[in-house]
Design a protein around this ligand. Structure first.
Ligand SMILES: [Zn+2]
Ligand SMILES: [Zn+2]
Length: 355
């Protein structure tokens, strides 16, 4: 398969980010990214102004982050041609995005930060909504803020990458539970704004420059064939191949600060056929399924079934597991206790589609 490195959930000067699109795209190109997805708040202006294109070799895609009237229930949306108003309830916009052929992910669904009263948490609360495609299982900004105290503030500002340790266990559990009922794709986001912060009271520093953020949480999409980034006439096709891979969970999330994940594989094999993350297979006692994963450098590896580890290898590069029961299976890799790679599920169901 071909893998493409992307960074999702970026704010530009079209909303509350401090960088304009060309400077963000330049940072992305210098970071070796294949694509970025801009998600300014409640606007698709970047798209309207022609920024959805290949720029310096990077595929720039424009989505948006929608919120409700109370600035709650942030929803990352791609694949829409015009914005959706901010006056709807979350249930309504989740529905509307689907109707209009868009794809949506719940942003930072379990955010809990409490340190800065001026930055309250924005968890997802509209669990009555059902038509979402996935969850942002890891958000750099949320994790950074959640662990913030007066004592570690300066440290965290100086080293914004070191303090990113792992996705919220609550979100992982939620993701595993949801995937038992239907496919729910995970994505990773940075929520980059490149804020200017008044740190010592007398000068401004740029907190989390885009280029630094592009070295943290990335989402890699897995495709059967390479993307064409040279022919503008094929841009829409390229874009939708990335979007569909994200929607279908043909992807994995990695914190590249802990190591380069390129070459990572998580595969189910049944009847000598190989299947990627995002696949749903039928469990059969006569056609056994084997799960295997390989990482490009040594790490602690784990295969998780319905939220519980069923196989573990410490300090290895390969892991295998013979499936003996239905379940939503996924893979994760850790380095020195820090989360590194989190792959989307391979769902193995009974004949009623349950796992
Ligand atoms: Zn948000
Ligand atoms: Zn955001």
């Amino acid at each position: 398969m071909y893998e493409y490195a992307g960074v999702i959930h970026i704010h530009s000067t079209y909303s509350d980010g401090t960088g304009d699109v060309p400077s963000i795209a330049r940072a992305a190109a210098e970071s070796g990214l294949d694509f970025i997805i801009l998600t300014d708040h409640n606007t698709l202006k970047a798209k309207k102004e022609g920024w959805e294109r290949v720029y310096k070799g990077v595929i720039i895609l424009v989505g948006m982050e929608i919120n409700d009237r109370n600035d709650r229930n942030h929803y990352l949306v791609v694949g829409l041609d015009s914005p959706i108003g901010a006056r709807l309830s979350a249930e309504e916009y989740v529905e509307k995005v689907r109707e209009r052929g868009g794809i949506g992910f719940l942003a930072h669904p379990d955010e809990q930060r409490t340190h800065m009263p001026e930055h309250p948490p924005y968890p997802w609360t509209a669990w009555g909504a059902d038509g979402f495609d996935g969850l942002e299982i890891w958000n750099h900004m949320s994790e950074w803020m959640e662990g913030l105290t007066n004592d570690n503030k300066i440290q965290r500002l100086i080293h914004p990458l070191k303090s990113i340790i792992k996705p919220s266990p609550v979100t992982l559990r939620r993701w595993d539970d949801l995937c038992r009922l239907r496919p729910v794709a995970g994505v990773g986001g940075v929520d980059a704004h490149a804020h200017k912060a008044d740190v010592y009271g007398f000068f401004d520093v740029e907190v989390f420059p885009y280029k630094v953020m592009f070295r943290s949480i990335r989402t890699y999409v897995l495709l059967d064939e390479p993307l064409d980034t040279t022919d503008p006439a094929r841009f829409d096709e390229t874009k939708w191949r990335i979007y569909r891979a994200l929607r279908d969970g043909r992807s994995y999330i990695a914190n590249v600060y802990r190591g380069d994940p390129r070459g990572f594989e998580f595969t189910a094999t049944q009847n000598r056929r190989h299947f990627s993350p995002g696949t749903t297979l039928r469990f059969s006692p006569v056609e056994p399924i084997r799960l295997s994963a390989r990482v490009p450098s040594a790490a602690d590896l784990r295969i998780v079934r319905n939220g519980e580890p069923v196989a573990e290898v410490r300090g290895g590069m390969e892991i295998g597991y013979r499936v003996s029961d239905i379940g939503a299976y996924r893979f994760e890799a850790w380095k020195n206790g820090c989360g590194w790679i989190f792959a989307n599920h391979i769902r193995i169901t009974d004949r009623h589609g349950r796992c």
